[in-house]
Design a protein around this ligand. Structure first.
Ligand code: NAP
Length: 222
């Protein structure tokens, strides 16, 4: 299975690549020309795109079976970033997947995507654009999963005691989760058929009971 990862230079993206390698996937990193990646994933196949127009993306996704999208607008004074990266660029990636007959996509979005009144929207209405990005995927007819994490952190100590709360759309509004566990959730989604066409919200804490994505999904509609 060849897995492409866009945004592979990001703090979640490189962890998705590391987790995919541990899970035995063949990994193709898709980054911008100037993106920096850590040594741990430097051995992976890498496509550096000078721009993310359809043709170069098509070339970068060729022969891949699945894609994890971990791109996201970096904080900046350019308030158009979220519209460009979290919506228009997601659309381009989806269209490219269709042309390349790549069927399985996991998108890293955010808790509260679609919510208007939220402090995060001070950055270019990011939660609104993220919801537009999700909707493009939902309309796509691809085998998609949206992972919506809470506030991301880089805490990697005591991960074993951090249990993930997996829940359905619009069920969590606060909480946090280490990026490592988001990366693991992306790989778990790829391996969990029941996650197809689902929006899955994820946060973590020591207090949550231990579960798996597949068990948790069974409780979503109850
Ligand atoms: N921060 C939080 O608490 C939080 C909470 C929930 C959800 N999220 C979302 O989770 C995802 C991962 O977040 P993160 O903080 O781990 O990511 P990050 O470190 O900010 O990485 C963002 C990635 O997107 C790429 N990117 C940015 N603009 C791009 C463009 N115009 N074209 C192509 N690639 C572009 C970056 O490439 P370069 O390396 O080249 O810049 C990088 O690989 C994001 O979608 C974020 O919005 C974040």
């Amino acid at each position: 299975m060849k897995l492409a990862i866009t945004g592979a230079s990001g703090k979640t993206g490189f962890r998705v690549a590391e987790e995919a390698l541990s899970a035995g996937y063949e990994v193709r990193l898709i980054t911008r020309n100037e993106s920096k990646i850590p040594d741990s994933i430097k051995g992976c196949e890498r496509y550096e795109l000078s721009d993310t127009n359809g043709v170069t993306l098509d070339y970068a996704l060729k022969d891949c079976d699945s894609l994890v999208i971990a791109t996201g607008a970096r904080p900046s004074i350019d308030l158009t970033g979220p519209a460009k990266v979290d919506y228009l660029n997601i659309q381009k990636q989806i269209e490219s997947c269709k042309r390349q007959k790549l069927k399985r996509i996991v998108l890293v979005s955010s808790l509260c995507a679609g919510k208007l009144i939220h402090p995060l929207n001070l950055f270019g209405l990011i939660l609104i654009w993220k919801r537009f990005g999700e909707k493009s995927l939902q309309k796509s007819n691809l085998d998609w999963t949206v992972i919506r994490p809470g506030g991301l952190n880089e805490n990697e100590t005591n991960l074993k005691n951090q249990n993930v709360l997996f829940s359905g759309e619009k069920t969590q509004e606060e909480g946090s989760i280490p990026r490592r566990l988001v990366a693991k959730a992306c790989i778990e989604a790829l391996k969990t058929k029941d996650s197809i066409k689902k929006i899955i919200e994820v946060t973590s804490s020591e207090e949550n009971p231990k579960t798996s994505m597949s068990k948790a999904i069974k409780t979503f509609s109850i």
